[in-house]
Design a protein around this ligand. Structure first.
Ligand code: OOG
Ligand code: MG
Length: 262
């Protein structure tokens, strides 16, 4: 680690305040070009610590930058991991106030809910499928706190991977007999298909994103507990939204979920 505790606390405060007050900031690697991966995850953890101290609770985890579409859009090559807290969750068919956010985008995601703990190193898709209770469709809303939604990997990790809201819905389907690679994914904005893909876009198999998360946590002496909801990462590039937009995500065999921006 190259940053001291005070700098980590200051950067966490900067990024969390930008999130809560919905304004953009300069990406933090400009002032701290020497920060490393551990610094980035330490800032992310400090933002979570602040929220937990205020009474928020963790309701899920996420992997991001797991598909070719996302990596290409953001110009990066490595998956990143973050957490989801209570007020991020929006009900299916619900509304999100655009003015509460900076420059939100939506992503179509296959969401896993576990029934057994998963730990790494060595976690693989077989272990993930054995530990999965069910999968379901989810719309993730991301909102980078950085100017023009532009960042590098360390900056985005510190910013909890742009997390801000998510919507779960559709059917909760057990994975037995389901080929997650060939599940078709169609996301519509105002009735027009704007993002189309299949599960294999996520690391060849969406369960691989969950395995990578378990391995990432394993390297830190942590695991994915049973009963965890996990977003496996946008299948396609993220789509910008404006007030008035209605988003509907359909995933083959998993049903649909929708949200409206007001
Ligand atoms: C980082 C978050 C990426 C995903 O599903 O790929 C993410 C970003 O693109 O802002 O949530
Ligand atoms: Mg995502």
């Amino acid at each position: 680690m190259n940053l001291n505790e005070k700098t980590i606390a200051e950067l966490a405060e900067l990024l969390e305040t930008a999130e809560l007050k919905a304004y953009e900031v300069t990406k933090i690697t400009e002032a701290h070009p020497d920060m490393d991966w551990d610094d980035a995850y330490a800032i992310q953890a400090e933002i979570l610590r602040r929220k937990l101290a205020r009474g928020n609770r963790v309701v899920g985890l996420k992997a991001g930058l797991t598909s070719h579409g996302k990596m290409k859009q953001m110009g990066v090559t490595t998956p990143v991991f973050g957490w989801l807290v209570d007020y991020f969750s929006v009900s299916d068919g619900g509304e999100i106030r655009h003015a509460d956010l900076i420059h939100p985008k939506v992503e179509p995601e296959i969401v896993f809910v576990t029934k057994k703990a998963l730990s790494g190193p060595g976690c693989h898709i077989g272990a993930v499928l054995a530990a999965t209770d069910f999968v379901m469709p989810g719309i993730e809303v991301i909102d980078s706190r950085y100017k023009d939604f532009k960042f590098d990997l360390k900056s985005v990790i510190a910013d909890n991977c742009s997390s801000t809201r998510f919507v779960l819905g559709g059917n909760a389907v057990p994975v037995t007999g389901l080929d997650l690679r060939t599940l078709g994914v169609v996301m519509e904005k105002n009735g027009e298909p704007v993002a189309i893909g299949a599960g294999a876009a996520v690391l060849g198999h969406p369960a691989a994103a969950i395995a990578e998360l378990a391995n990432h946590l394993g390297a830190r002496g942590e695991e994915i507990p049973a009963g965890t909801t996990i977003l496996s990462g946008g299948v396609t590039e993220a789509i910008s939204v404006a007030p008035g937009d209605h988003i509907n995500l359909r995933i083959q065999q998993l049903g649909s979920v929708s949200v409206r921006f007001v």
